[in-house]
Design a protein around this ligand. Sequence first.
Ligand SMILES: NC(=O)c1ccc[n+]([C@@H]2O[C@H](COP(=O)([O-])OP(=O)(O)OC[C@H]3O[C@@H](n4cnc5c(N)ncnc54)[C@H](OP(=O)(O)O)[C@@H]3O)[C@@H](O)[C@H]2O)c1
Length: 283
Amino acid sequence: MAGPFPLSPLARRAFASKRVLLTGASSGIGEQLALGLASCGARLVLVARRKPLLLSLQKRLSAAGARAWVLPADLVKADAETLVRKAEALGGPIDVLVSCAAFFDLARLEDIAPKRLEDTVRLNATFPMLATRALVPRMKKRGSGQFIHIASLVGLQPMPYYQVYAATKHALTAFCKSLDIELAGTGIRTTVIFPTGVRTPMVAHLEELSRKSGMSFLEPAEVARRTLEAAARGRLLVPLGILERLLIQAGRTFPFLERPAMRLIKRNIDTHHFNRTAPAERA
Ligand SMILES: NC(=O)c1ccc[n+]([C@@H]2O[C@H](COP(=O)([O-])OP(=O)(O)OC[C@H]3O[C@@H](n4cnc5c(N)ncnc54)[C@H](OP(=O)(O)O)[C@@H]3O)[C@@H](O)[C@H]2O)c1
């Protein structure tokens, strides 16, 4: 099928005929990844909570000649081993896990309900680790496999008011970096993507803050394209954007600048977000 964005022959070959378990497929970056992967000839098991959106995506993929199955699930509650088994029953042994499902709050810590905090950790960090754990022995047996985890720039640096989200993305990053070394020589590869702002429903409510603070956004299709290109090349850590790379490098070279920079960001959020909106809804 024709893709939503151009991909190199290398990327197309890397995902041709691969069986992919994709979480967060109903929206944003995950939806674009589904379209991109299907255009390479991958077969997809699409996971998210909103079944109608998954069915509509499946219909679009099938109409274009791709193969896809829907597996609606709430990953805060789902058992990873069971989900992998169900995915395999639909599409066959999984070659690639793409974990994209996540949520976040831009909120003062005390305004995040304990249950919401636990759910965020579960969805953004625990579930991807458990799904990876379920797949590793299967992939080891076959001598190949691939994990693609969508983290965030806040998986590499702190960010005021994103404390729980940042903790989950840091956890996921450390997990992937450690596992990648552990899995050397097994034929299993890992890629972690670090986007900053991406124009998706996840951040739609932050439009005013981003406009006033001059934050720029990537399009989800561009993030998906760069994710697939980087994963096809077997890159482990992939910060998207020159500014992001500079920020990370600056933080490493001049660590004493981190706190002043974060204080500036905090002031920006205080002025343009908290002075305008009510505290985060308590779950
Ligand atoms: N947008 C950004 O600025 C940005 C920046 C950096 C990193 N990221 C990362 O990019 C990834 C994709 O986010 P996005 O921006 O594309 O956001 P999005 O459009 O809101 O997509 C989030 C996806 O996660 C799924 N999801 C949420 N809760 C779930 C649950 N309990 N169980 C199963 N699935 C669930 C949603 O589907 P349902 O609601 O149907 O369940 C949706 O498909 C995330 O990992 C996010 O952290 C985003």
